[in-house]
Ligand binder design. Structure first.
Ligand SMILES: *[C@@H]1O[C@H](CO)[C@@H](O)[C@H](O)[C@H]1NC(C)=O
Ligand SMILES: *[C@@H]1O[C@H](CO)[C@@H](O)[C@H](O)[C@H]1NC(C)=O
Ligand SMILES: *[C@@H]1O[C@H](CO)[C@@H](O)[C@H](O)[C@H]1NC(C)=O
Ligand SMILES: *[C@@H]1O[C@H](CO)[C@@H](O)[C@H](O)[C@H]1NC(C)=O
Length: 412
């Protein structure tokens, strides 16, 4: 009896046999969080929803030696109706009935208040199935549920190759995915990696899928770029496409040597007519090659629009960026912002939150074991004050352009 007691005492001290706290979580505490990568996010109402990605974390004080990162099974939900800091924020998890993915394309139907998730990779090739389009319907209180969305034209949909690292954007009615790579981890039973040509669209109203190359897609191929829809310019709004690489369709893609898209001569297209335009930008042009960075944007009260660009990878010279920029429209002028205090990274995602802040989520500098200096991998950027902060402000004043951008316009 006595020896049993002392034995269990020893095990308790060593933390052995204790299941509580010894499991992987999709949203670990700020203290156990290490890195998050390849997640995607969108904002609906008072919540940011984060889908997919990979995560490393401490369990009982250390990172697993089996796999340093793990897939994320849940959809995360962040309340932006109240202010918080990145270390005290508690992230809610919502079950995802389909297998875990990373690098998905997220398309938001803002008017209907739902978003769709398609493609991406199955981390480690785990639990792969024939792909479907999944729709998330929020419940208005930060929760919600996933359901499968059947296409109107199933023959075309079934023939599509699910991919990752293509460029996704969405307009008020259409989800867009340009290029991408199909690999053994994006598509069930695929043997080899292939660069996909063309552009896929999904009409969120009619549920019709389309796929086309010449005359339909603004690029023959595209990998690692980012895109953003600006609703207020042109008859149907315009999609701006930034950076990335254009590897040939034939052969294995090699991004370090593939041609890249610079950030001075910018490509835009009309999502309705598919007509393509280019526009030279001025100001502090972000260095390239650049891939796996994030962009998002917000409308300013003067009728213009500012696009925020952050981080990414220089594949050719093999380093990640810690810089950030604003591209202001209609001037097409780039302004360099302060570098992030949390270090270089690729694979972050960013969304506008509240009145005038951008939330950036995750990102990695090559190493799953080096803890992100940003608590929970989250950082905020105030678009008007032009500064990084760890505090989300639900009561911030309305967005207006930063002084330096206002001055550029007033000086003609
Ligand atoms: C995710 O699901 C897999 C089973 O599909 C499981 O092995 C793993 O532990 C889950 N991860 C988390 C963080 O719950
Ligand atoms: C779209 O069509 C092109 C041309 O037929 C094809 O090569 C490509 O794989 C298709 N895209 C997807 C995502 O299946
Ligand atoms: C989306 O916007 C375009 C042009 O701005 C408009 O023609 C179209 O009707 C809109 N679609 C919906 C579903 O609101
Ligand atoms: C910008 O790029 C387009 C191709 O996207 C090209 O046709 C155009 O000549 C370029 N403009 C300049 C000034 O280099």
């Amino acid at each position: 009896m006595r020896s049993d007691l002392s034995a269990s005492g020893v095990f308790a001290m060593l933390g052995l046999g204790c299941a509580v706290g010894a499991e992987l979580l999709d949203a670990p505490s700020a203290g156990n969080f290490v890195r998050r990568d390849a997640a995607r996010a969108t904002v609906l109402g008072d919540y940011v929803y984060v889908d997919g990605g990979e995560l490393s974390q401490l369990v009982d004080g250390k990172i697993s030696s089996y796999r340093s990162s793990n897939q994320v099974n849940s959809t995360l939900s962040i309340d932006i109706s109240k202010s918080w800091t990145t270390s005290d924020l508690v992230i809610r998890t919502i079950p995802r009935p389909s297998p875990a993915k990373a690098n998905v394309a997220l398309w938001t139907d803002t008017a209907a208040g739902v978003f769709y998730s398609w493609g991406g990779k199955y981390p480690f090739g785990l639990n792969m199935v024939k792909d479907a389009l999944w729709k998330f319907t929020p419940d208005g209180g930060g929760g919600g549920a996933w359901s499968k969305e059947e296409p109107t034209n199933p023959t075309l949909f079934t023939a599509l190759h699910p991919s990752e690292q293509g460029v996704s954007a969405y307009t008020n009615d259409t989800g867009i995915l340009i290029g991408g790579l199909a690999t053994g981890w994006t598509e069930l039973y695929r043997g080899h990696t292939q660069t996909l040509p063309g552009m896929v669209t999904f009409n969120m109203k009619t549920k019709v899928w389309q796929n086309g190359t010449t005359g339909f897609s603004p690029f023959p191929t595209l990998v690692g770029a980012s895109a953003h829809y600006v609703p207020s310019f042109g008859p149907h709004g315009l999609v701006l496409v930034f950076g990335g690489h254009t590897p040939p369709v034939v052969g294995l893609p090699d991004l370090p040597t593939a041609p890249f898209v610079d950030l001075r001569n910018l490509t835009l297209f009309d999502p309705e007519t598919k007509e393509r335009y280019w526009q030279m930008a001025t100001g502090s042009i972000p260095p390239t090659p650049r891939s796996f960075f994030c962009v998002t944007g917000c409308q300013n009260p003067a009728g213009g629009y500012e696009i925020f660009l952050f981080g990414g990878q220089n594949q050719r010279d093999r380093f990640n960026y810690d810089d950030a920029y604003i591209l202001s429209l209609p001037g097409f002028v780039w302004t360099k912002l302060p570098d992030t205090p949390a270090g270089r990274r690729r694979g972050a995602t960013c969304v506008p939150v509240g009145k005038r802040q951008v939330l950036t989520i995750g990102g990695i500098d090559g190493d799953w074991r080096s803890a992100d200096p940003a608590p929970q991998g989250l950082q905020l950027f105030d678009m008007t004050a032009m500064r990084w902060t760890d505090a989300y402000d639900a009561n911030a004043a309305a967005y207006e352009q930063a002084d330096v951008i206002k001055r550029w316009y007033s000086s003609g």
